[in-house]
Design a protein around this ligand. Structure first.
Ligand code: 5AD
Ligand code: SF4
Length: 467
């Protein structure tokens, strides 16, 4: 049976009504907000929704945190240190709140979806007005109204999570933006806390997604990234629509020039999807495909559901099917029980796969996950040493990878202009490579042909091809 996953209309309506009640007073008083967001693109996109709701409540964006009338921390709990950093940054606001008692301080995001952490924070910082989890995003205007009336609220519900359609979004990009297609994750990789905080997998209906993409195209957006913790397991419309099918539908939206998606799980990446990438002109020749480790033994203990051989066969199929295909990845070093030999397998996989970027992390135990309970936790100094070796190798491979672009041409979607020295326009190739070339703000939002002339450490230099 399919689980009911939508937030009921009455609930959404309560949020809209609260925003309407607040709007005139807040905007008359000229109140402003500042959101400090941590973590991944999913969290950044949640921050855009929180900002959208704040605009609906009459707030405007503050340029500086300490000048804002409302400060909201959108937290993340995927890796270590986040908790210490967030607690430190919130604690630092105590004095500011004493100077300005009408300041509203809120904390949300996936770290707050962990009930014990949310309770600890609420107790430790009495000046925090509202704390809410990721499943309560749509309730934000109502919670805010209570906070403005002097009530402190802690609101975290432990559920599988639902989908709230139609929340206002204040987008940070003008030409490139993200559209969430699914929420949650069912994979339970043994190191990962996401399934516990983001809930079960639930997919938006394709009509809602396509409606959003069409509206974005009309508003001038050219590039869309379809977001989800594991987009390959998207099953929309009561399970009938696969991710490959959705991608084909998005490919036909007029006005959209480029499509990207993330994150892909190797165990769910189908040949149908690879064929779709090859067939659809707007789908970019880049995929983010986290491998996590190059050792079969470690992959098994991580509960990843694929082998090194299977991963490398996907890389081969992608490269054979899509011209100029670039891959980026995530890698964890120092997973419990990882030996030097396992780590050497990771280094050799990195060499074989030829990633254009690798986001590398030291394993950190997350409360409640099965890997945190495993024996043989790896020593911190060993993890650090491995991370450095891996990063050194990847930097060298990146240099070689970038060299291959010199003398070639490609199309850049211009995102902005850097005026620190001579004006340099910048934007990405379809392969996700960042390119800088002489040009100014008038090029923003345009697709421009450039020839690559030189490489820099993390980007390419080019020149405009006229005409
Ligand atoms: N320790 C280290 N890295 C982690 N990631 C997820 N959980 C952990 C953890 N406990 C990394 C994975 C994932 C990325 C988003 O964060 O590489 O792909
Ligand atoms: Fe975490 Fe694995 Fe789900 Fe990715 S696929 S969010 S790493 S559990």
């Amino acid at each position: 049976m399919l689980r009911k996953t939508a937030v009921p209309d009455e609930e959404l309506e309560k949020g809209r009504q609260a925003a309407l009640r607040l709007h005139d007073d807040i905007s008359f008083r000229g109140l402003s907000y500042f959101i400090e967001s941590y973590g991944c693109q999913m969290n950044d996109h949640d921050a855009e929704k929180l900002a959208g709701m704040l605009h609906a409540c009459g707030y405007r964006r503050a340029e500086e945190k300490l000048k804002a009338d409302l400060i909201l921390f959108n937290t993340c709990c995927v890796r270590e240190h986040a908790e210490l950093r967030v607690f430190g940054n919130i604690g630092a606001l105590k004095k500011r709140k004493e100077e300005n008692p009408s300041l509203i301080v809120g904390v949300c995001g996936c770290m707050m979806q962990q009930k014990d952490v949310a309770e600890k924070l609420f107790k430790r910082f009495p000046f925090v007005d509202l704390v809410f989890g990721t499943h309560e995003l749509h309730r934000f205007p109502a919670l805010l109204e209570s906070a403005l009336n002097g009530e402190r609220t802690l609101s975290v519900t432990q559920s599988d999570g639902e989908i709230a359609e139609g929340l206002p979004v204040e987008r940070s990009g003008r030409f490139q933006t993200n559209v969430t297609i699914m929420y949650g994750c069912d994979n339970f990789c043994s190191y990962c806390i996401v399934p516990y905080v983001r809930g079960r997998e639930r997919s938006r209906d394709s009509a809602d997604i396509l409606g959003e993409i069409k509206a974005l195209a009309e508003a001038g957006f050219k590039e869309i990234t379809l977001l989800g913790q594991n987009v390959n397991s998207y099953r929309g419309d009561g399970g009938q629509t696969s991710f490959a099918r959705l991608l084909r539908m998005a490919n036909s939206v007029e006005g959209i020039e480029r499509l990207r998606f993330m994150t892909s799980h190797p165990k769910d990446l189908s040949m149908e999807l690879i064929q779709t990438m090859a067939d659809c002109k707007k789908v970019c020749n880049h995929i983010h495909l986290p491998v996590q480790s190059g050792s079969d033994r470690v992959l098994k203990r991580m509960n990843r559901g694929y082998t090194r051989e299977k991963y490398l066969s996907l890389v081969k199929a992608l490269r054979e099917s899509v011209e100029g295909m670039e891959l980026t990845t995530d890698i964890i070093v120092g997973f419990p029980g990882e030996t030097e030999e396992d780590f050497l397998d990771t280094l050799s996989l990195v060499r074989e796969a030829g990633f254009s970027a690798a986001y590398t992390f030291m394993y950190s135990p997350r409360n409640g996950t099965s890997a945190a309970r495993m024996d043989e936790q790896v020593d911190k100094a060993v993890k650090k040493g491995r991370l450095e070796r891996l990063n050194r190798l990847q930097a060298e491979l990146l240099r070689q990878n970038n060299e291959r672009y010199v003398g070639k041409s490609g199309t850049v979607l211009v995102e902005g202009c850097d005026r620190r020295t001579t004006p340099m326009a910048y934007g990405k190739l379809t392969s996700f490579k960042m390119v800088y070339f002489p040009g100014d703000e008038t090029l923003e939002g345009q697709l421009k042909r450039v020839r690559i002339t030189k490489t820099q450490s993390n980007s390419l230099l080019g020149e405009l091809i006229e005409g």
